[in-house]
Design a protein around this ligand. Structure first.
Ligand code: HEC
Length: 233
């Protein structure tokens, strides 16, 4: 039965008997109310079905329309998804020709280090701690303790190793590939290198005049009690 004939039946049922009853009881208002209600109902159901029952395919549905019988359409050949072309092995895989690297895929500027610090503080500090000693809050509450970044072995690991640990995790450490984007991974690694330098700097790395200052510190003026002598290092 088509929708049209069904609604016509409904109309007759509601309105037709309503008319007869109205004539018997003389209730004109009653008849009008039933009529209005019936018309309103027809509209409501018509609108709802138009919008709700539009034809559509779900993923992997069969289809009689396409020659291959599938509703899913394959990507046209040679399609490059925008922003997804990851040809730069150094940047995206952290290696070069499959071998570990010890260089960054882009220049490390102050801005990169700042971004690295922000991302490190957001993602790594809870376990590795602000200085990278492996004493983050989660560790203090019982999580496995990571090796300190200032450990001799880790200081000598290649940048690729760090990239790999962020992407794939390491032992008790889960992967952070989903949370940290490729450029930010490198920014974090640059910041970790800065942390390592901060704890293992060599005096010989200082400019000559600073080395001279260290070797022959200026004598404090009389009355100046050498403030800050015990702080710092
Ligand atoms: C949930 C805690 C946790 C977080 C967060 C975390 N790590 Fe780790 N990480 C660990 C643990 C635990 C280890 C030691 C794993 C082991 O040796 O089994 C570790 C080890 C490491 C190592 C040393 C691997 C080695 O060779 O010994 C590096 C590098 C590292 N993490 C980098 C990071 C970076 C970068 C981040 C932030 C993006 C991060 N981790 C976030 C827990 C964490």
């Amino acid at each position: 039965m088509s929708i049209r004939s069904r609604s016509y039946d409904l109309w007759l049922k509601l309105f037709g008997t309503g008319q007869r009853d109205a004539r018997q009881t003389g209730g004109g208002l009653n008849r009008l109310a039933v009529g209005v209600l019936a018309v309103a109902l027809l509209f409501v159901s018509a609108c709802a079905s138009n919008h709700r029952d539009q034809p559509y395919y779900e993923a992997q549905d069969p289809s009689a329309f396409f020659p291959d019988g599938k509703a899913d359409r394959p990507l046209p050949p040679n399609t490059v998804p925008q922003g997804q072309l990851r040809l730069d092995e150094h940047l995206y895989q952290g290696t070069s020709n499959g071998r570990p690297v010890n260089t960054f895929p882009f220049p490390v500027t102050a801005q990169v280090l700042q971004r690295g610090q922000q991302q490190y503080n957001a993602h790594c500090v809870p376990c590795h701690g602000f200085a990278g000693n492996g004493d983050g809050m989660i560790v203090r509450r019982g999580y496995s303790r990571p090796t300190s970044y200032h450990d001799e072995r880790l200081r000598n690991e290649s940048l690729s190793h760090y990239y790999d640990v962020i992407v794939n995790g390491y032992g008790a450490m889960p992967s952070y590939a989903d949370q940290v984007y490729p450029r930010d991974r490198w920014a974090i690694i640059a910041y970790i290198r800065a942390l390592q330098l901060s704890q293992n700097a060599n005096v010989r790395d200082l400019p000559a005049e600073d080395q001279e200052l260290l070797n022959h510190p200026p004598t404090p003026a009389a009355g100046d009690e050498g403030e800050g002598e015990e702080g710092g290092h």
